[in-house]
Ligand binder design. Sequence first.
Ligand code: FES
Length: 165
Amino acid sequence: MSENTQKSDSFEPRIVAFFCNWCTYTAADLAGTARMTYAPNVRVVRIMCSGRLDPQFILAALRDGADGVLIGGCHPGDCHYQEGNYKALRRFILLKRMLASLGIEEGRVRLEWIAASEGEKVQRVINEMTETVRRLGPLRLEQRQMIPAEAHGSAHAAAAHGGNV
Ligand code: FES
């Protein structure tokens, strides 16, 4: 077994998940009560809408120890606040560009629309994401240190302007 294989076998990714209260968080609850098992690597933070997710939260999670960030929101057209998930999507696209410019791999952040009834999808997405980040390995210290404490780039501008970019 190579050294790299050993590393990825023993590495347990830390993933922070920001889940919308009305859909994905409820779906995660459903998965739990239905005893659907999923990787224990995810720490869930409940937010009231994916549109509430400031890109700074994602950057802070990566800077402070997460190896990946998962975002779950209501399906397009189902947001309880009309357009929060569309804003989340626009911000997410900009954030991914910013992370790519810092050399942070695409697979470390993921956005999914998961309805309250989709417990199985929560299970699948969490398991897939855990495997993806496990393959990527830990986010390196140099990568974390490059993440700005205050993002002045386009992702922050999107947050400041409600994502209307
Ligand atoms: S209320 Fe769920 S994404 Fe807006």
